[in-house]
Design a protein around this ligand. Structure first.
Ligand code: F6R
Length: 263
């Protein structure tokens, strides 16, 4: 586990984007797992800037998004399809046929649909680098507390806490989705490398529990402790409850000397 501490959300987004840009430059056909949410805004903004100003080429990449609200069409401004289009895809040269986002409009045969999403990931050769955010309750993707740590892509009922967090983005009076299609924890753990971004004081508890707490389905991000290659980038506020700062700083310093391309 590598922890990179940044002063604020802007620098966190830039640091994440530079790791991903390096990975794309090393492997132009990289398969990326992508996330949405407010934490990702500065990250995608920097990727777009790198495309425009430093010729970062997205034409060979293949992407799989983590999740989508059930019941929202791609045209809904709060859908993750819309978010990805607005914040990344309409600004870069990724090929539409290489972009995969779970379909929130499925209305039947959910298991079959979710298995086909898993199959598409396998057919592409698996995910090389998975980007994650984290919820206040420690969720990754929409794997809410008590999700099986071996879970696969499926329909997940959202907790009240997550629905309340999401409500802020919807119009007053508008129905907020109560379910989502999400990759499972088992799906996420199969990615070859994982990069998790967290910003703000509302994430301080979940970050401390994910990194330093016990592995538990009550904080599904803690399952990342079982993954061999995870990097957390957190800002000061999100890292405020971590205890082993000196050790993380030494790991970062020595890793950047031994394998600078990772950072
Ligand atoms: C979204 C996703 C979620 C978010 C998490 C944090 O695709 O997978 O796990 O990453 O809810 O969201 P923000 O960044 O809005 O706090």
């Amino acid at each position: 586990m590598l922890l990179i501490l940044k002063p604020d959300k802007e620098q966190l987004g830039r640091a994440g984007a530079h790791i991903v840009a390096g990975a794309i430059r090393r492997n132009p056909k990289i398969r990326l797992g992508l996330a949405t949410g407010s934490t990702m805004l500065t990250f995608y903004k920097e990727l777009v800037r790198l495309h425009r100003e430093e010729s970062l080429d997205f034409s060979g990449i293949v992407t799989f998004n983590l999740d989508e609200y059930l019941g929202l069409p791609a045209t809904h401004p709060e859908s993750f399809h819309y978010f990805m289009h607005e914040n990344l895809f309409r600004h870069v040269n990724a090929k539409p046929e290489n972009i995969h986002i779970p379909d929130g409009t499925v209305t039947e045969n959910y298991d079959r649909y979710c298995s086909s999403y898993e199959q598409a990931i396998r057919d592409a050769g698996g995910i090389d680098l998975q980007i994650l955010g984290i919820g206040r309750n420690g969720h990754i993707g929409f794997n809410e507390p008590t999700s099986s740590l071996g879970s696969r892509t499926r329909i997940k009922v959202l907790t009240k806490e997550t629905i309340d967090d999401n409500r802020k983005s919807f119009q007053p009076g508008e129905k907020v989705p109560e379910c989502a299609v999400t990759m499972g924890i088992g799906t996420i753990l199969e990615a070859r490398r994982i990069l998790l971004l967290a910003s703000g004081s509302s994430k301080a508890n979940s970050i401390a529990q994910a990194i330093e707490g016990p592995v538990t389905a009550s904080v599904t991000a803690s399952a990342l402790q079982h993954h061999p290659d995870v990097t957390f980038i957190v800002d000061q506020e999100a890292g405020a409850n971590l205890k082993h700062h000196d050790y993380y700083a030494r790991v970062l310093r020595l890793t950047s000397e031994l394998t600078p391309e990772r950072i």
